[in-house]
Design a protein around this ligand. Sequence first.
Ligand SMILES: N[C@@H](CCC[C@H](N)C(=O)O)C(=O)O
Length: 270
Amino acid sequence: MIPFVKAHACGNDFLVVEETLANGKHAQMARLLCSRNYSVGADGVEFLERRSDGSFFLRLFNADGSEAELSGNGTRCVAAWLGFSEGLRETKMGTPGGEKICRVIECNEEHFLIETSMGIPKVEERVVHVEGVGDIAGAVVDVGNPHFVIFTNDGTFASHGLTWEDLGARICTHKDFPKGTNVEFVRVIAPNEIAFRIFERGVGPTQSSGTGTSASSAASIVLRGCNRTLDASSLGGAQRVVWNEGEQLMLTGPAQIVCKGEVSLQGIEA
Ligand SMILES: N[C@@H](CCC[C@H](N)C(=O)O)C(=O)O
């Protein structure tokens, strides 16, 4: 049995496991522990390394066992756990997708509101051809991990005659994205408000995404003239983005500690 913590940010749920317990079996552990029928269940596992200089480093494994560069919501969940268990109010966390600084803005027992520096997004318009569907115009957005943002006016977030879940699945594994991509379907509601749905690489449809919120907002600011301060809501709730010219994009949203416990690793070969 190994100790874990479960937390969620707008319904995007993560397990936090100490890196020292992984023994190189990160992918197998993520697949098992994220299983909603056979284990605790989550969208991903954040392996938390505590370095000798007092800093932290995170490796994120998606539910399918693939490794991602980072998660915005997952990083916030870890910051909430460090806030809850150790009273930390500002945490610097290295990730393969860049260093993130999380600052606790409010906390009440296990509920946290946290601001995270998400780096400077890169937005580039791109057309992707999907066999049997057609040319899909969108934007490739790099926020440390890859995203493809599609704008739609449809109230159900459908696009090109497909549901967002179906088109998301086709683009997530499209040959133009050899490492796969997260896919967002974005509706601009007002200059300071967008709504989106996310099909996550390595997971599928999820309630929310921190990097997806950042990518959707960045594309809306650059390509649709939205305000540099805006609210972005997904199925799991809203997050606030502030992206001042030439500065890092700042993402503010909630995170909640759900439980901690010990979980069986039975099913993983020794
Ligand atoms: N939900 C996350 C993103 C997790 C990583 C993603 N699935 C990927 O493979 O890039 C977030 O909150 O950012």
